[in-house]
Design a protein around this ligand. Sequence first.
Ligand code: SAM
Length: 291
Amino acid sequence: MNKDIATPKRTKEILEKHGFKFKKSLGQNFLIDPNILANIVQAAGVTESTGVIEVGPGIGALTEHSARQAKNVLAFEIDQRLLPILKETMGPYPHVKVVNEDVLKADLHAQIQENFEAEQDLAVIANLPYYVTTPILMKLLEEKLPVRVMVVMMQLEVAERIAAKPGSKAYGSLSIAAQYYAEAETVFTVPRTVFMPPPNVDSAILRLTRREKPPVEVVDETFFFELVRASFVQRRKTLLNNLSKFFEEKLSKQEVTERLQEIGIDGKRRAETLTIKEFAALTSAFYRYTG
Ligand code: SAM
């Protein structure tokens, strides 16, 4: 087996050799603990037929661990300065392809079609740049990519919000958006000391397992997500107050109360206590007032 990229010593050597300076604005915190990297790849259940998609390979620390287990790896890296480094570090892994592109702008369906076989088992494995974790995750989920699982490192607080259950402080529109598409669980937490440079926050590995179909049927997905966001606009306020504000041009407070009563939801409750199923019921009850 090749020497690990992710030991502190080798990482330093690679960075010094190429005169690489971290860009904080690109969320560049590289992992320097091979055990954690191995655990991340293991959490994704990668086999020799799996195709891995990575966002932000950096100098290839995690890419290498995926490449050792997977059939092939496709990695999107925005920072052009990392390309010559990756060319060198990925030398022993010809089945790794690096694309110099902002993942938020990439045509992922086209890239998947071009780089993987039809029906190939696919996993996203990434240590995400903290400044764009949520937009990247939501893009990956909303585009309904044919990906079985995503195992992603992110800020602990964001992972907790995504995996949160109703009734908890962390539960909000992000939890519902993610859990509509996938089953979410925090696999393990990671101290800041395993990064170079160390970030200001602790991290966690989140596993998102794509659902075959959403846990609820909704009349209109766009309206469902709009209503969820509106319900949480002011977390401390009641559902009735938030919804009345949202429908202020179309419905009186009394009418909102009546619609809620019809589906057995007490308007005095706060959005954070509602299950996805109850949000789906809200969507049906208020759908006729859209547009
Ligand atoms: N995977 C490496 C590791 O674990 O050591 C690096 C992870 S580092 C937290 C995030 C990486 O994502 C950096 O290499 C950064 O340049 C890259 N990046 C930041 N924004 C990106 C974007 N929008 N699209 C693709 N890559 C991005």
